[in-house]
Write a protein that binds this ligand. Structure first.
Ligand SMILES: Cc1ncc(COP(=O)(O)O)c(C=O)c1O
Length: 446
């Protein structure tokens, strides 16, 4: 019996004892392709020698200092690497240990900014349904993942409200053009600002490419420009949560680069450290930092392990490898292969309704019927069946239910490492295709 409180008390997950490149190995030595880097985390695969060496070197120098007393070279250099050219006006970094903590920091920085500039009435945050911003109570309140929110609803702050996501496969009307759908969503966001009183809104939060909750959903062209314009008109901040889709996952270092907007605060994590150390962070825009500078001059938020030297050294090495090996070009090239491969293998599958994504961040959405897009009975947990069938075939992927509204719908996320090869991509497509076939076939016997 395991003494770990695993995600399920009913089953213990298999042990992974070793990782090498795209492969994970169990105690029996069997190789499993890590086709999703866990939850889109392991962006360099496993056992990268350069990252491991950087971690060892940092440990040999100093493992820990408290940020109230000292800064450290790794954190300083990481911030310089990320922000030296102030991408999109982002000028300062704040590093923590996870995406949830980073999102909490973003919320608090946004709120504090308005206190500092003399707008204390701004307390409301607008986010989107079918989003995920983390598991801590503030991030959960902001998030729109109904399934994850439900048990804690009475404990979630009422400062947060939600509008529709830009999810064209599910929610764009059949007689609605892309422009009309974007306009409808913009009108809805504008109406929410008006309902709350635009002068009361701190920020609008969104994932540029929605990650696990809906499965790699990209916004329609122009959507984020409309969102940015609405925030600007009302003086509110735009917080973009790139914990899953950022740091190169979609083919550019920041997913917002492909949307023609930049945020006031960007939230990053997973691909920042590639899983070599737990690390997340926020990148804050000059406007926000200058607001604090002109006011109290201090961010009223801190954690014991912020800017942790070993975590920052790992992330610095990960970012250097990505840049030195020109891995974003590989993300784009292999992303095209993955898209083509998935489309050829599963594009006509009677139970695959949609194949979507960007860069090396792709998902398939399962449907009982393609024409009506009716999902499978959630009780069948088709995503878990596909996950298990893939595992049997030596492929680890990221399955999820509740795609449509937190209860209905199933999808599978695929997020190979940025250094994946064409052979890796072909193997992922083949094994995933076989797993989908097998799981759907088995449903007939349920
Ligand atoms: C978009 C997004 N934001 C925040 C989080 C929370 O990150 P963490 O699980 O590291 O706390 C996640 C995790 O999946 C995420 O995908």
């Amino acid at each position: 019996m395991s003494r770990i409180l695993h995600r399920s008390l009913a089953t213990d997950p298999p042990l992974a004892t070793r990782g090498d490149g795209i492969f994970l190995y169990g105690p029996d030595g069997r190789a499993i392709i890590d086709g999703s880097g866990g939850a889109a985390v392991a962006c360099l695969g496993h056992g990268n020698a350069r990252v491991n060496a950087a971690i060892s070197a940092q440990l040999a120098k100093v493992a820990y200092v408290h940020t109230a007393l000292f800064s450290n070279e790794a954190a300083e250099e990481l911030a310089d690497v990320l922000l030296a050219d102030e991408p999109g006006g982002l000028s300062h970094a704040f590093f923590v240990s996870s995406g949830s903590e980073a999102f909490e920091a973003a919320l608090k920085l946004a709120r504090q900014y308005f206190l500092e500039i003399g707008q204390p009435q701004r307390t409301r945050v607008i986010a989107r349904r079918q989003s995920y911003h983390g598991t801590t109570l503030g991030a959960l309140a902001a998030g729109g993942n109904a399934m994850r929110r439900a048990p804690y609803l009475p404990m979630l702050s009422e400062s947060f409200s939600h509008v529709s996501p830009c999810f064209s496969y599910r929610f764009q009307a059949s007689d609605e053009s892309d422009e009309q759908y974007v306009a409808r969503l913009a009108d809805e966001l504008e109406a929410e600002f008006q309902r709350l009183g635009p002068e009361n809104v701190v920020a609008f939060c969104a994932e540029p490419v929605v990650g696990a909750t809906t499965g790699c959903v990209t916004a329609l062209p122009g959507y984020f420009r409309r969102v940015r314009e609405i925030c600007d008109r009302h003086g509110a901040l735009l917080i973009l949560d790139e914990v899953m889709c950022g740091m190169g996952r979609t083919g550019t270092l920041h997913a917002w680069e492909q949307e023609g907007v930049s945020p006031d605060i960007e939230v990053i994590a997973k691909g920042l450290g590639g899983g070599y150390q737990p690390i997340g962070g926020i990148l804050a825009g000059r406007r926000v930092i200058e607001g604090l500078r002109a006011g109290s001059g201090a961010f009223m938020h801190g954690q014991t392990y912020q800017a942790h030297p070993v975590a920052c050294a790992a992330a610095l090495a990960v970012q250097q490898v990505i840049a030195e090996d020109d891995l974003l070009a590989n993300v784009r090239a292999m992303g095209e292969r993955l898209a083509t491969g998935l489309t050829e293998r599963l594009g006509n599958h009677r139970h695959v309704g949609d194949i979507r994504g960007r860069g090396l961040f792709w998902a398939i959405e399962l449907v009982a019927d393609r024409a009506s897009k009716v999902p499978f009975d959630p009780a069948l947990k088709l995503h878990e069946r596909i996950g298990a069938a893939a595992h049997e075939r030596g492929l680890a992927i990221y399955p999820m239910g509740g795609t449509i509204d937190g209860a209905r719908g199933n999808h599978i996320c695929i997020a190979p490492p940025y250094n994946a090869t064409a052979d890796n991509i072909a193997a992922i497509v083949e094994r995933l295709g076989d797993a989908v076939d097998a799981a759907c076939r088995d449903l007939a016997n349920v």
